[in-house]
Design a protein. Structure first.
Length: 277
């Protein structure tokens, strides 16, 4: 009879310290999530659903791959877009690049407070260095933007840091456009030479993931514009979805984890990327 109280004490201590049931069990840290989407100019209703979907993941930073508005010179377009993304910008940093529909006036630059010269810039967030380009401006070897890009890629990266490039026009896609800016010859060799890990783009209104000579390319142009369909086969295209969507990504366990969701929060893709050396 005297042993029962002692046994009860041990049982209680085991229950609160157990890694399975105990309330003091170590919890895995929540990763610093980020989001990216693009081409949201077409439908305000779909754009709102994309924003709502992104907010469910509580990202720390949001990136946009361009074509925020229909008319770059239309003040009403920019005002309407700002109202839609306000729930995002109230809770997260917002980093866009210019799409071909965003040019034509100073309204893009008036709308966003961006580092650098605003046309192209870089930021470091949560284990990733982002290099954001303006594919509407000349980026041929020797041009100002090309020289800046190469200098940025030559900067030593921090230990375990990933390198991501964001631009509007896609260097690769099996959608309706075929490298209309000639980026495969102009800047893709830089991506390969300096071990860029991932390249995000829009312009094609779809989701696509490609892997080419070690670099992962993500086309994320499903933010609300009329959807495009796959027009040709390529063995380097690993996933193609004609669906409105957004991407969530974060660094965890030495990998960059990317998850793509449609506007109803159904997963459409997931990939884990190891840093290129």
């Amino acid at each position: 009879m005297k042993r029962k109280p002692l046994l009860a004490v041990f049982t209680f201590l085991f229950s609160i310290l157990s890694p399975v049931t105990g309330s003091t069990a170590a919890q895995a840290p929540i990763p610093d999530r980020m989001a990216i989407y693009g081409d949201s100019r077409g439908s305000a209703a779909i754009h709102r659903k994309v924003v709502e979907g992104i907010l469910t993941f509580n990202p720390r930073a949001v990136f946009h791959a361009g074509d925020l508005v229909k008319r770059g010179g239309g003040p009403q377009d920019w005002a309407a877009m700002k109202e839609i993304i306000a729930p995002l910008t109230e809770k997260a940093e917002f980093f866009p690049v210019r799409g071909n529909h965003d040019i034509g006036s100073s309204l893009y630059f008036d709308t966003f407070q961006l580092p650098g010269n605003k046309k192209w810039y870089s930021v470091e967030r949560y284990g990733v260095r982002f290099i954001l380009l303006d594919s509407n401006i000349r980026i041929t070897p020797g041009s100002e933007q090309y020289r800046w890009l190469e200098a940025e890629l030559q900067r030593p990266r921090k230990k375990k840091q990933f390198i991501a490039v964001v631009l509007h026009h896609a260097p690769f896609s099996t959608g309706i456009y075929v490298d209309e800016k000639g980026l495969q010859k102009k800047i893709v060799p830089l991506f390969e030479r300096y071990n860029v890990d991932i390249v995000f783009s829009g312009h094609h209104h779809c989701y696509e993931r490609l892997k080419i000579r070690g670099v992962t390319y993500i086309v994320t142009g499903g933010g609300g514009d009329p959807l495009h369909f796959q027009l040709r086969y390529s063995p380097v295209s690993e996933v193609f979805k004609s669906v409105n969507h957004f991407c969530i990504f974060y660094v965890s366990g030495g990998e960059l984890v990317l998850e793509a969701y449609d506007v109803d929060l159904n997963p459409i893709d997931q990939i884990r990327i190891r840093k290129r050396e």
